[in-house]
Design a protein around this ligand. Structure first.
Ligand code: ATP
Length: 346
């Protein structure tokens, strides 16, 4: 790794995205416009040589964050800075540089590769679009395939997507992203559509690329166990909000926010008995999200304040950088026993 490891590549600051809801029936007669609060006030950083996992259940806003970072959506508010510089003009030089440096890998490698084109076409196009095909093209193509461990390259270069397995297709999608010579990868559930037996291989490849190319990686997943294995830092999303963050070992082994505890408890583990304060219920409507903490209708530790005031990020215990947006960690609150014993076995 170079000495730039740890350098901030992307800063996300107070990012929100609200999608307008189409009015129907009687709503057409009113002026009131409603919207889905998909992402609200999300802030985090991506650093060189680091994987940051964003964990949360379906609908918590993870993909919307990735799409905002990939410039596929325009934010409602907040900003994204690449090396400290904001991108505000679409199509300008700075925007083109941003979309080269920040590459996205989608969940479905079948959908993201064009079935009528070969691996050669996909990779050549990426190299050309991003101005990286100036030297020996054949050599550059071989190098890309070797980087994603599709070797020998000549076995794969002229194949069509349907001639490859799911794992091989995802490796081609990763090679295509690398063709841009990026600094950051946004990996949105990159292994969830792959066979369980090959998931680890693809995650190990991403980790290897992080180390060899000093990439900043955002790893989006609903599987908190994989975050512990694969990511340096983890942030947890609930109903469009970030509720907890810190280094992955701490967040997964000593979860502080009641929602993170729920996520860990609901991951299948036959050896672990159910907790006494097991949480039920469903995520809230994002059109009319609950006041105060969005988790309050499901929280076993809910207090009056949680229903009216939004909790700020509060530091937890001795682990530097570990925080939870939860009133339980305010100085003036006596902690319930279940929160104090949040440490997870294993
Ligand atoms: N283009 C859109 N228009 C309207 N609502 C949207 C749009 N995209 C996402 N949403 C809504 O925003 C919320 C967050 O969706 P998002 O896909 O970001 O969640 P997610 O955590 O990635 O879920 P999943 O894991 O199922 O993809 C959901 O309620 C979703 O229905």
């Amino acid at each position: 790794m170079t000495d730039k490891t740890g350098e901030v590549v992307l800063e996300v600051d107070g990012l929100s995205k609200h999608f307008p809801v189409r009015r129907k029936g009687r709503e057409l007669l009113t002026r009131k416009a409603r919207s889905v609060h998909a992402v609200d006030d999300v802030s985090f950083t991506l650093r060189r040589g680091h994987v940051t996992a964003m964990v949360g259940e379906s609908g918590s806003g993870k993909s919307t964050v990735a799409r905002l970072l990939a410039q596929l959506h325009h934010p409602t508010s907040g900003e994204i800075r690449l090396h400290g510089k904001r991108v505000n003009v679409r199509g300008g030089r700075r925007f083109r540089e941003y979309v080269r440096q920040v590459q996205m890998i989608f969940q479905d490698p079948f959908g993201s590769l064009n079935p009528v084109h070969t691996v050669r076409y996909h990779l050549t196009r990426s190299l050309r679009i991003h101005g990286n095909a100036n030297g020996n093209l054949e050599e550059a193509l071989r190098e890309l395939l070797t980087r994603v461990q599709l070797t020998p390259p000549e076995r794969y270069i002229d194949k069509f997507p349907h001639e490859l397995s799911g794992g091989q297709r995802q490796r081609v999608a990763i090679a295509r992203a690398l063709g841009a010579n990026p600094e950051a990868l946004l990996a949105d559930e990159p292994v969830s559509m792959l066979d369980v037996s090959i998931r680890l291989g693809v995650l190990n490849l991403l980790r290897d690329l992080k180390e060899r190319l000093n990439l900043a990686i955002l790893y989006i997943t609903h599987d908190i166990a994989s975050a512990r294995y694969f990511a340096d830092d983890t942030v947890v999303m609930y109903a469009g909000w970030m509720v907890e963050g810190g280094d992955s070992e701490t967040v997964t082994q000593k979860p502080a926010h009641p929602y993170t505890q729920l996520l860990i408890d609901s991951a299948p583990d036959p050896d672990r008995p159910p907790r006494a304060d097991e949480v039920g219920g469903e995520p809230p409507s994002l059109i009319r999200p609950p006041q105060g903490c969005r988790f309050n209708p499901r929280c076993p530790h809910v207090m009056a304040r949680c229903k009216t005031e939004l909790p700020p990020r509060l530091e937890i215990g001795d682990e530097p950088g570990h925080w939870a947006a939860c009133w339980l960690y305010a100085d003036d609150v006596e902690k319930p026993a279940a929160v104090g014993s949040a440490e997870v076995a294993g």
